[in-house]
Design a protein. Sequence first.
Length: 238
Amino acid sequence: MAIYLTELDPNNLSFPSPFDALDDPNGLLAFGGDLSADRILTAYHNGIFPWYGPGEPILWWSPSPRAVFKPSLFKPSKSLKKFQRKHQYQVSINHATAQVIDQCAALRCAEETWLNEDMRHAYKALAKQGRCHSVEVWQENRLIGGLYGLSIGQLFCGESMFSLESNASKIALWYFCDHFQQQGGQLIDCQVLNEHTQSLGAFELERESFIQSLLSLRYQALEEQCFQPQWLNLPTER
């Protein structure tokens, strides 16, 4: 069966409406363009993100349903709280964004990862502009886990996470949810639901509901200090 997609104009940052995305494969919207900071930011402001494999052109997606976390509702398990009290992992924001991006790529098979050199370069460039942020988890000064993504107003678009030790990525998400909601954050996009994110409390929104949330949040400001480099304390009980 033939698939007809919009090819992006390299001289124009506009995208098709996310409501034009295909049902099969779910969310595929367009191809081409580039990975410039302006294009990626335009995509995320419209509920679209890049994802493509080796040998493919840049593909742009807006799947439905969309997996999200509500940070104010995130509840760590009793076992995770007990684990952290015992191990005392340290958690920071924006201390090692490039390392987090590289680790997220390194833990995936080189032939399969979507986080290729061009993608890594693009998100590192966004980090230098203050638009891409990371959460890092440390054990005795060793980076053992983390996550990264883009800040779009009071929405955080999570891209990837990694864990080199037990529960490190879970603790990164736990601490970030607590911090993000205290700074005015309302929603965390994690794109497509999988077993891991579902086990942590992610749920799905249909495209219309997600886009409505995005439109209401994308220009709403967080507290100024939200993404300043800092260490995070043990999350408060809610």
